[in-house]
Ligand binder design. Structure first.
Ligand code: ASP
Length: 463
């Protein structure tokens, strides 16, 4: 992709330490506040409520900074991803093969995530009573002075959420609604939930169509490509701003949740994190090994042992973009892949092939739906799969790049957007893990494409 896109991540060194410190402080203070609140037999005690009332808006500002860039970010990233692939159509089969392997990896990843989250049901580990308090927390009563929602008000909120989720559409309707009648209306609807059609999915399809159209008149559309690249740069910079607030913002969100829900939520989050890490590990060590062995003609041991440096860089930066230079060097020097293939695949993949992220997005949405008591129909689960695959393509390769997209997919299936705060506490750590899977996915695709192009690696790869 363009210079800016591939180097954005390089310019900032995103240390995870301040966020981890912020989260730990939020967690510990939240648990203390919860214990004091419970001991005071007022749940939550008045002063805890006051502190939460201050902490929660700070967390929300952090979220909104991310949210505000969702639509432009998705539009620019997806259209440019197609332009990039269209550009190299001249290179013939290579572009198509990259697309094919990317598709296989992304679908496998999302399916693994969906199976695990349905199997372990981490979101259902929360007692019903705690869940109702969570609902109240994320759907606060509007009327002033009505600080504590009554049981029936809570019940009503549960019903509204369920009703949203149960707006059943047939698969045929979902397919038709993927083509937006009015893209601008879908853009607004994707964010405020008022979409007539398919919201974000329709926006994604619109972006893909725009990208395809650009590739048909590449020379005439250079100014538009420039604008899209600038939009992408600006959205990435705004996410960087948000991440500067992250230690305080995420700390406040964690405090607000744990102060009100205590250890229950910590236990539920541990199940969630375990499910994600297990899914990522299966994708990394099982799916990649099988594909590398079968289509890449390379032993998994050779692949993983030689790519260790790229894995470590991805883990410590949480950014596919920032890892790109290392991944390129590893591909050429350690894995001995032909530069013509690896440079192309890795550059496109840093933004377009993020199957660790796709897996994560699917798991988060189903997990939060479980937590909030929203039953998703099969058609809605399929919609989540499709959106997670596309979101994996549209996610910027920067730390936290997937959060805005997750929020939008949540809204489209009736899960309250603010409930994303529940997982933000553990997001940074999981970001480190999924970025490793993203980067290794790019290297695996590069190995497979190199093999299928008949360009042997420069040393015998099978041990
Ligand atoms: N941090 C991820 C990456 O750069 C994107 C994300 O999942 O947030 O690959």
């Amino acid at each position: 992709m363009d210079e800016n896109m591939s180097t954005n991540g390089d310019t900032e060194n995103h240390s995870a330490m301040p966020i981890i410190i912020g989260l730990t402080i939020g967690l510990v203070l939240g648990l203390i506040a919860n214990v004091i609140g419970v001991a005071g037999r007022e749940v939550p005690a008045t002063w805890v409520t006051t502190v939460v009332a201050v902490a929660q808006p700070i967390g929300r500002i952090f979220l909104r900074l991310m949210m505000m860039v969702v639509v432009p970010m998705v539009f620019a990233a997806l259209a440019l991803a197609v332009v990039e692939i269209g550009d190299v159509r001249k290179l013939g089969r290579m572009g198509l093969r990259t697309l094919l392997f990317t598709g296989i990896f992304s679908c496998a990843a999302v399916l693994i995530g969906m199976v695990l989250v349905n199997m372990f049901e981490p979101g259902k580990k929360l007692p019903v009573e705690t869940r109702d308090r969570l609902l109240a927390l994320y759907n606060p009563p509007k009327a002033e002075g009505d600080a504590k929602p009554t049981a029936s008000a809570q019940q009503q909120q549960v019903e509204t959420i369920k009703a949203n989720a149960e707006k059943k559409k047939t698969i045929g309707e979902i397919l038709v609604d993927m083509i937006p009648e009015n893209p601008l209306q879908e853009m607004v609807g994707a964010v405020d939930g008022s979409s007539k059609g398919n919201g974000m999915l329709a926006v994604m399809v619109f972006s893909l169509i725009v990208g395809i159209a650009i590739t048909m008149r590449m020379d005439d559309c250079q100014p538009l490509i420039g604008v899209l690249q600038s939009i992408q740069t600006v959205t990435t910079v705004i996410i960087e701003f948000a991440l500067k607030l992250a230690p305080v913002g995420a700390g406040c969100l964690v405090f607000a949740i744990t102060a009100q829900l205590g250890f229950e939520i910590v236990r539920t989050l541990a199940w969630f994190a375990g499910t994600v890490v297990l899914g990522l590990a299966i994708q990394l060590f099982v799916t990649y090994s099988i594909v590398i062995w079968t289509f890449g003609g390379m032993s998994p041991w050779y692949f993983f042992s030689n790519a260790a440096e790229a894995m470590l860089t991805a883990f410590s930066t949480s950014s596919s973009n920032a890892t790109l230079p290392t991944a390129m060097r590893v591909a050429e020097t350690d894995l001995k892949l032909p530069p013509a293939v690896s440079r192309f695949v890795l550059t496109v993949g840093a933004t377009g092939n993020q199957n660790g992220t796709a897996l994560y997005e699917g798991v988060v949405i189903l997990f939060l739906a479980q937590v909030m008591g929203v039953e998703l129909t099969l058609a809605q689960q399929l919609q989540v799969v499709l959106m997670a695959v596309l979101a994996g393509i549209g996610t910027a390769g920067v730390p936290g790049g997937s959060i805005p997209l997750i929020v939008v997919v949540m809204k489209s299936v009736g899960v309250p957007a603010d409930s994303i705060g529940i997982i933000l506490g553990v997001d940074r750590l999981l970001d480190m893990c999924r970025t490793v899977v993203n980067v290794m996915g790019d290297l695996a695709v590069a190995a497979c494409v190199a093999k299928s192009e008949g360009r042997a690696t420069t040393s015998p790869p099978t041990i």
